[in-house]
Write a protein that binds this ligand. Sequence first.
Ligand SMILES: Cc1cc2nc3c(=O)[nH]c(=O)nc-3n(C[C@H](O)[C@H](O)[C@H](O)COP(=O)(O)OP(=O)(O)OC[C@H]3O[C@@H](n4cnc5c(N)ncnc54)[C@H](O)[C@@H]3O)c2cc1C
Length: 463
Amino acid sequence: MADSFDVIVIGGGPGGYVCAIRAAQLGMTVACVEKRATLGGTCLNVGCIPSKALLQSSEEYHHAAHALADHGVIVEGVKFDLARMQARKGEVVGANVKGIEFLFKKNKVTWLKGSGKIAGPNKVDVGGTVYDTKHIVIATGSESVPLAGVEVDEKTIVTSTGALELDKVPGHLVVIGGGVIGLELGSVWRRLGAEVTVIEFLDRIVPGMDGEIAKHFQRVLAKQGIKFKLGSKVTGATKGIGTVTLTVEPAKGGTAEEIRADIVLLAIGRRPFTQGIGLAEAGVALDERGRIRTDRHYTTNVPGIHAIGDVIAGPMLAHKAEEEGVALAELLAGQAGHVNYSAIPGVVYTDPEVASIGQTEEELKAAGTAYSVGKFPFTANGRARAMGNTEGFVKLLADKATDKLLGAHIIGPDAGTLIAEIATAIEFGASAEDVARTCHAHPTLSEAVKEAALAVASRALHV
Ligand SMILES: Cc1cc2nc3c(=O)[nH]c(=O)nc-3n(C[C@H](O)[C@H](O)[C@H](O)COP(=O)(O)OP(=O)(O)OC[C@H]3O[C@@H](n4cnc5c(N)ncnc54)[C@H](O)[C@@H]3O)c2cc1C
C-alpha cells in the first residue's frame, strides 16, 4: 500500500467519503481514514438511513392499520413484527455502506481502517503507521450533546443511536428536545403504539423553522397523540428497574415535577466531534462553539489542513456535508468549488413531511426585508385529495420589490421532494412569477407549489 497521498480525509461520512471520491475523480491520489467497521459515517450507519428505514416501516404499518379502510382496502388483523422491521433496517444500512466501499474501489480511494490523527505538517497517523499527504481533510462529524444529570446508557436512557435499536415498543417514551431527530424518532415509536411526551426547553418546537409552519407542525403531531411539554427543562434522571424518573422544572424556574418513562431519548442537539485528532497539537483553531474554524475555502488557520461537514459551522445535514466535500475537492484541484448556503434545504421526515429552504418570515422581519407571501393548502390540491393526504400547505416568500424567491416552507405530503423545485429556482435566482409561469403536470402535488407562487401575486386559481 502507498504511504503517500495527495489527500488524506479523516472520517468516512457523507462529507469525507464524497470529498474523497470527488478528489479521486479529479486525478488526485486519495485515502480516507475511518475507524468505524463500515463507511458512511453517522448518516448511513446511525442517522439518516436507519431512521428513514424505521420511519418508512412504521408509516406502512400505520397506513395499513388506520388509512387503508378509507380507500376501500380492507386489511384485517394488521400487526407488526418489530424484529423484522429492525432486520430490514439493518439490511438497508448494510446495502448502503457496502455501496460506499464499492465506490471507493471504483474510484481507487484507499480506505485506511482505524483512527486517524494529525501527526505533524502533512502527516497523518493511522494506528501507528504515518502517511504523508499534501492535504489533510478533517471530516470527523458530530456526536450527541450530553445533558448534566441524564446519564446515557443506550438501554433506558438513549441517544438517537439507542432509539434506533429498541427491541420492544416502550410504554412511555420521553423525548428530551423538540428538534428534528427527537420528533422523527418520537413519531416512529408513537406509530408503533408508544405514549410519547416531548419535553422542550423553548416555548416552541423545531427552533429556527418558520414559526407559522412550526405551530402547524406541532398541532399535527399533537393530533397524532404526541404530547408536548414546552418551556420545561429536565434537571435529573433516576433509573429504577426498567424505568426512569425525570425531574422536570419550568425553564424560567418554579416547582419541579417528576415524569416516569420507560425509555428516555436524549435529543437536545449534536456537537462537533474534535477529540483525538491532534487538532490542538497541530494548532488548529476552533470557534466559540467548538467547531473547526475555516475560511470560505474550507482551510483552517493551518495551511494544508482543511475541514468540512458537521465539524465546521453551518447546518448539520448530510447534503450540506456532501456539497462541502465536493467544493473542497474542486478547490484542491484548482477549480472554483462553491456552496450556496442560502439554498440548503432542510427536511423533517415525519408524516406529513416538513421542508424548508432559504429565509423564514421571522428572519426577513428581523432583517427589515419587505416581502410578499403566497400560500396554498393541500386540501385544494386534487392529487393530495386523491391520495387522502391533504394535511398542510405550501408557503413561499418573495422579495416585495423584485419578486425574487427568498424562502419556501412546506408542510404536507412529500414536502421533502417538492422543496427541490424551489432549491433549483433559488439557485437560478428565479422569481415567484418564474415558478408560477412554469407548467406543472396535473394532477401532482407540485401544483400546490405553482399555486403558492401564483398566490404571491394574489392570483392563485384553485382557492
Ligand atoms: C438520527 C439522525 C438522523 C439524521 N437524519 C438526517 C437526515 O435525514 N438528513 C440529513 O441531511 N441529515 C441527517 N442527520 C445528520 C447527518 O447524519 C450528518 O449531518 C452527517 O452525517 C454529517 O456528515 P459528516 O461527514 O460531517 O460526519 P459523520 O457522518 O458524523 O461522519 C464522521 C465519521 O468520522 C469518523 N471519525 C471520527 N473521528 C475519526 C478519527 N479520528 N479517525 C477515523 N475516523 C473518524 C466517524 O466514525 C464517522 O464515521 C441525522 C443525524 C442523526 C443522528
